[in-house]
Ligand binder design. Structure first.
Ligand code: C5P
Length: 316
């Protein structure tokens, strides 16, 4: 049976600001999203029977509807019943390299990969905006994961405004394998603590978004000025995650102490990334942080900022 192999990159947030409460219960956000080199590999194949078979060796990855990849296949089957009839059920195999529950959009990227894979496998001819519209039904980060690169994300995170590519900047990524942060918990805790400071309405959100669009980070990205980008990193969710998980704060401090030009928690955490000037500096930083924290539960990777989204290859 025919199929596709897809690679789905992790994302980091160079910027995450929470503006206020939306009528749909989500938060209005302004983020700068960025894909990095760390990737999952997803195989999407037609099978003779009907339904969805999901395979993954990783013990923390669910193999049912709580997995976005599974829900992505369900969505495509319900939206394109003729194609489902013609091509039959789907086998999805996920090879997990991106840490789970880490703030790196690993699950969202897997869902995006299934949308891209089934679009190709079922010869639907959907465009990137079509896929992003479907993706928004699966989760706030899924539309970004379709195209990747560097983008300003507003609304729930699904309204995307592309920025110039920032290819190749070395990144050290770190995550404690024994700490997982629930995204709903992070946002709910933030609301409890900071609701009083929320901007009240659409006009004030638009005004703040305009400021960010013309502000220091976007200029630094346009100029590809790494030092200036590093100085502008920001994440509101650090205010609730770092006090709850002091190890994550220590990790971030350790990156700063050993010469990262900028360091920040990604998304709702607990992964932390550090930007470096060169691959040599990144390797040295990884070694220094691993030696100082000396913890078997701390995983570290040297990767890089990447302008690539999901890549698809036909299985012959
Ligand atoms: O959209 P997604 O499923 O990734 O969101 C997970 C949770 O994160 C939501 O249920 C909500 O609690 C929180 N969230 C939010 N505002 C956003 C995005 C996510 O409050 N813009």
């Amino acid at each position: 049976m025919s199929g596709y192999i897809l690679t789905a990159p992790a994302k980091i947030n160079l910027y995450l600001e929470i503006l206020g409460d939306r009528p749909d219960g989500f938060h209005e956000l302004v983020m700068v999203m960025q894909t990095i080199g760390l990737r999952d590999r997803i195989e999407v194949k037609s099978q003779r029977g009907s339904g969805i078979n999901l395979y993954c060796q990783h013990p923390q990855v669910p193999l049912n509807e709580s997995n976005i990849a599974y829900r992505a296949a369900q969505l495509m089957m319900s939206r394109f019943p003729k194609a489902y009839d013609k091509f039959g059920g789907v086998d999805i195999t996920i090879e997990k390299n991106i840490p789970v529950a880490a703030g790196l959009a690993g699950g969202s990227g897997n869902g995006a990969a299934v949308l891209v894979g089934l679009n190709l496998l079922w010869q639907l001819g959907l465009t990137q905006p079509d896929l992003q519209e479907l993706a928004a039904e699966l989760g706030s980060d899924v539309p970004f994961c379709i195209g990747g690169g560097t983008a300003i994300a507003t609304g729930r995170g699904e309204i995307l405004d592309p920025l110039p590519d920032l290819d190749g900047i070395p990144v050290v990524l770190a995550k404690y394998s024994n700490i997982a942060v629930s995204t709903p918990w992070a946002y709910q805790t933030y609301r409890k603590q900071f609701e009083e400071g929320y901007l009240p309405d659409d006009d004030s959100w638009q005004a703040r978004m305009k400021q960010i669009h013309s502000g220091g980070l976007i200029q630094a990205i346009q100029q590809k000025n790494i030092e200036a980008i590093a100085a502008e990193l920001y994440n509101d969710l650090e205010k609730v995650v770092l006090p709850e998980f002091p190890q994550v704060k220590k990790l971030r401090d350790c990156f700063a102490k050993h010469g990262a030009i900028g360091t920040m928690m990604s998304g709702s955490g607990p992964s932390v990334f550090a930007l470096c000037n060169s691959v040599t500096e990144a390797n040295n930083l990884k070694t220094a942080v691993a030696a100082e924290l000396n913890d078997a539960d701390l995983d570290l990777w040297v990767t890089h900022i990447s302008c690539h989204g999901i890549n698809a290859t036909l299985i012959e």
